[in-house]
Design a binder for this molecule. Structure first.
Ligand SMILES: Cc1cc2nc3c(=O)[nH]c(=O)nc-3n(C[C@H](O)[C@H](O)[C@H](O)COP(=O)(O)OP(=O)(O)OC[C@H]3O[C@@H](n4cnc5c(N)ncnc54)[C@H](O)[C@@H]3O)c2cc1C
Length: 418
């Protein structure tokens, strides 16, 4: 049977992938419903960095203009060593080259805006409802079930249910996220509490400072930069769910981890550690999803996206940026189904193109992680294995920030319809 755009899409998960996918589908005239295990009033702390590849998509679906005054705009992340010397510069955005600076915004601000936009468009989000399993998948639709015993049907079922996705089990029953051996720890503090080096009156933020104990990030996160996130990571053994929750609850232990080798950090970092606000402490163990051969079931009626399909390590800050690419590109392709464009081919193209981008992020992650190694170790690595940028190197990130997904999809569709 030839493909046609889906008539009703069911989305599992009201994180950034699920909410933005519902909005993208609405933009192209496809109705959807979201099911979310958490309550509507669940609040997610912390801020996220968005780069031009994601901001262009948020602009296309009408979100960016509603949030752009609610966060911190910047272009570069500066790398420093323990002597406060600048060692490199990484472009997170560039207005002239890619149309957007980078943007750091509280995650909850973005989530609230997306929820409001869905509400304005009459798109339903059903909270406190846990998806459990797929009952049946036919060429026409998918039947699926929830923990409260209810059952639903849709022409397409989307897993936007995050790194520990339940829906992924319908395609890969045994795949599990892999622990990367590190736990990220963050806190939010007032910028005025930091002791910046007197030699540098206009200290560049955000900054990543590498010293003996590892790397320490300081990043503004509200509109005027008066509050910063401070963060570092610690190598810890893997815990079960309860163990990770205990760590999150044990603020004194997290402060102890932050403070290990405190005197090996420059003064700026020491002042950040001394001012940790225990109430804002967050911990997150780093997991990644192993490379998956397919992000869809054989019939193409079950699709996973965002962290469920390809959660990446945090080094490049691209997790949610990549999720937005999944979302918009898939929506654009679904709109084109019919007239020579089949679901199976469209999904194949989507995954190939998107996987190549995720692979690029993983390469960049390795090269940036190598940059944190002691100099002697870096020098033993092959040429190109250690990332380097520089203030002049504005175009290095063109492959990541440049493409317009509308053009990518239009070109492929033209080829299919020839
Ligand atoms: C501290 C931190 C900082 C980060 N910073 C950045 C950054 O600066 N830039 C960046 O690009 N990325 C960043 N990331 C990564 C980014 O947060 C993720 O890539 C992104 O949240 C993935 O979105 P998602 O919607 O796919 O998954 P999630 O955000 O995990 O959302 C999944 C949703 O599905 C729901 N769900 C799960 N199971 C079920 C079920 N069975 N039934 C119903 N609902 C279910 C969950 O409750 C959740 O609401 C950061 C991550 C962390 C932890």
């Amino acid at each position: 049977m030839p493909s046609s755009p889906p008539t009703q899409v069911a989305i599992i998960g009201a994180g950034l992938s699920g909410l933005s996918f519902a909005l993208a589908l609405h933009k192209i005239g496809i109705p959807s419903t979201i099911w979310e295990v958490r309550s509507n009033n669940f609040v997610q702390g912390g801020a996220i960095m968005l780069s031009p590849n994601a901001l262009r998509i948020l602009d296309a679906i009408g979100v960016y203009k509603r949030i752009r005054d609610k966060g911190f705009h910047f272009e570069t992340l500066t790398f420093k060593n323990e002597h406060d010397e600048t060692t490199d510069v990484y472009y997170f955005g560039h207005e002239q080259l890619y149309g957007y600076k980078a943007f750091r915004v509280y995650r909850q601000i973005l989530i609230d805006e997306l929820k409001l936009m869905l509400h304005e468009r009459g798109i339903q989000v059903k909270y406190d409802t846990k998806f459990t399993h797929v009952i049946a998948e036919t060429p026409e639709n998918v039947e699926f079930a929830f923990a409260d015993g209810s059952v639903s049907t849709a022409s397409l079922l989307i897993g936007a249910d995050g790194i520990h996705s339940t829906l992924r089990k319908a395609i890969y029953p045994t795949v599990k996220p892999q622990y990367l051996g590190f736990v990220g720890m963050t806190s939010a503090i007032q910028t005025s509490r930091l002791h910046f080096p007197q030699s540098e009156p206009h200290y560049p933020l955000p900054v990543a400072i590498a010293a003996g104990p590892g790397a320490f990030v300081i990043a503004p996160q509200d509109v005027d930069g008066s509050e910063v996130l401070i963060g570092t990571q610690s190598a810890l053994r893997e815990q079960d769910r309860a163990g990770w929750s205990n760590l999150q609850a044990d603020k004194d232990e997290v402060v102890r981890l932050f403070s290990r080798n405190k005197t090996s950090w420059p003064d700026l970092v020491q002042s950040a550690i001394e001012n940790i606000d225990k109430d804002t402490i967050n911990t997150w163990p780093y997991y990644a999803v192993p490379r998956l051969e397919k992000w869809a079931s054989p019939s193409g009626k079950i699709i996973i996206l965002g962290d469920a399909a390809h959660a990446v390590p945090p080094t490049t800050g691209q997790g949610v940026n990549q999720a937005f690419e999944d979302v918009w590109m898939l929506a654009l392709l679904l709109r084109e189904l019919g007239e020579g464009v089949e679901l199976e081919e469209a999904l194949g193209f989507w995954q190939r193109w998107r996987q190549e981008r995720v692979d690029g992020i993983l390469d960049l992650t390795r090269a940036m992680n190598n940059k944190r190694l002691p100099l002697a170790e870096q020098q033993r690595l092959p040429k190109g294995a250690v990332w380097s940028g520089g203030v002049e190197d504005t175009e290095q990130m063109g492959w990541l920030y440049g493409p317009r997904l509308e053009d990518v999809v239009a070109e492929w569709v033209r080829g299919q319809r020839k």
